[in-house]
Write a protein that binds this ligand. Sequence first.
Ligand code: C2E
Ligand code: CA
Ligand code: CA
Ligand code: CA
Length: 282
Amino acid sequence: KAQGKNTYAFYTEEQTDVTVRYFALEQDLRSALLQDNELTLHYQPQFKLNIYGDAYLSGFEALVRWHHPQQGWLSPGEFIPLAEETRLIIPLGWKVIELACQQIRLWLDAGYHPPLVAVNISALQLLQSDFNTKLDSLVHHYGLQAEHLELEITESLLMQDPEYTENKLHQLRHAGYRLALDDFGTGYSSLHRLKRLPLDRLKIDRSFVQDIGQCKEDEAIIQTVLQLGTSLGMQVLAEGIETQEQLMFLARRGCHEVQGFLLGRPQAASECNFLLAAEHLD
Ligand code: C2E
Ligand code: CA
Ligand code: CA
Ligand code: CA
């Protein structure tokens, strides 16, 4: 608008299409949140790692999937940004937590000893004043313990009201929820903030792991994060492991945990059962 009326000439049909489609998708997401068959979770296994590269199941990360009635399967990248912009991420976030709790309940009832399930929490949702009490009542409703859940937060959250956020995280940690800092290294959190947060886990972003073997700088960053996390008493988990070379690099340097396509893709809960059953035999 600042450019004056002439700007209209550049407002192409294509852009209009994008806007219309975006609006339509928002309406569809609203309706998906009211259905019980469109939004589901996939679970990606996480493993403890020893220095020889042996991996042992330690948890699952819950990742949302949307089966759109016309467009088929949509990945989070296609609707999470829209959900953030429209604040639909708040009801969506609750749906995800509820689905995760339901699944943990099913695993417990089937006699499995369910490992930790990590859920991604948007800053918008966590900063709601009733977040902690709502979470407690959901966990209670399914007869679970706080220890069954890990909340993955991102550095962007730490940019918000620092005192309020820190306080809230301490309350959650105190109640028994585990806390992980996701995509570590891609945001702007200061080390000063980091040391004050009650984090159980640091998740090294896939972008650093990707270049193992090709980029000395990324390797140096990984080593530094490993030392930093370890000295702050946190577990360090590296994400996005796709090759044996990446796995061995991380194992030899004492990375505590790993997650990635090499070891397991996000999959339906039913496909996780064999992993849980194998754990049982140990
Ligand atoms: P994220 O939290 O960093 O999740 C990891 C993403 O990396 C997932 O993508 C996963 O499928 C993918 N990934 C895991 N291992 C590998 C690997 O070895 N190679 C490659 N190339 N990719 C790997 P996904 O499921 O498409 O999710 C993308 C992002 O969407 C997530 O990134 C997260 O930020 C967001 N997201 C997913 N589910 C939720 C949710 O329930 N709530 C919220 N707020 N955000 C979510
Ligand atoms: Ca995550
Ligand atoms: Ca991540
Ligand atoms: Ca990521």
